[in-house]
Design a protein around this ligand. Structure first.
Ligand code: IMP
Length: 191
């Protein structure tokens, strides 16, 4: 089965492709689908944004597809940056700037608990579906590690001491918010 992944994020594509190995599900990239522009995401929930991105690609290409929208929710910041995680430090969407702002906001805070949430929206011949994944953890005191992307250098998943950016990719791809949502997508597409 071939399905389009409605994202220009090469790192998300890498993580999801890893999960889809040996499942018989093959990804059509946005480049292959002929979409090169940024896909709008103007909703105020992860669900709305994931659906918006999947609809955009389906409407333009007619390809069945899925999209991923992810947010980091920090308890001491009342759930911020949440759905606004990409632009937390401004429109330039810089991961470095976003992490620096987060570390500054949390400076001196004893509550560093946070969670990552991913919502995958699927547009499928039988309808539209949402699959969600969540992982609890804490925000580290400083950035650590070179792997992964986005906020990975500052997120330590519960039960681990390494940040997502320090641990082997296979471990992140087994336990992460995205991994859990993709597991549900695979189960759905395989039944
Ligand atoms: P979006 O889902 O592409 O809108 O991503 C929202 C923000 O979260 C962006 O700043 C991403 O870099 C970041 N992000 C998304 N997924 C991950 C992840 O798995 N680890 C760390 N940061 C992520």
């Amino acid at each position: 089965m071939k399905i389009c992944f409605a994202s220009n994020n090469a790192k998300k594509l890498e993580e999801i492709s890893y999960k889809l190995q040996n499942t018989g599900i093959e990804i059509i990239s946005l480049a292959e689908a002929g979409i090169t522009e940024d896909i709008p995401e103007t909703g105020d929930t992860l669900q709305a944004n994931a659906l918006q991105k999947a609809h955009y690609v389906f409407d333009k290409t007619g390809l069945f597809c899925f999209a991923d929208d992810t947010g980091l929710l920090v308890n001491a910041l009342n759930g911020a940056p949440g759905v606004y995680s990409a632009r937390y430090a401004g429109e330039q969407r810089s991961a470095e700037d976003n992490m620096n702002k987060l570390l500054l906001e949390l400076h001196g805070s004893t509550d560093r608990s946070a969670c990552f949430q991913t919502v995958i929206a699927l547009i499928h011949p039988t309808g539209e579906y949402l699959f969600e994944g969540e992982i609890q953890g804490t925000i580290s005191e400083e950035k650590r590690g070179e792997k992964g992307f986005g906020y990975d250098p500052v997120f330590v998943p519960e039960g681990y001491t390494q940040t997502f950016a320090e641990m082997p990719a296979e471990v992140k791809n087994t336990i992460s918010h995205r991994a859990l949502a993709v597991d549900k997508l695979i189960a759905f597409l395989s039944h």
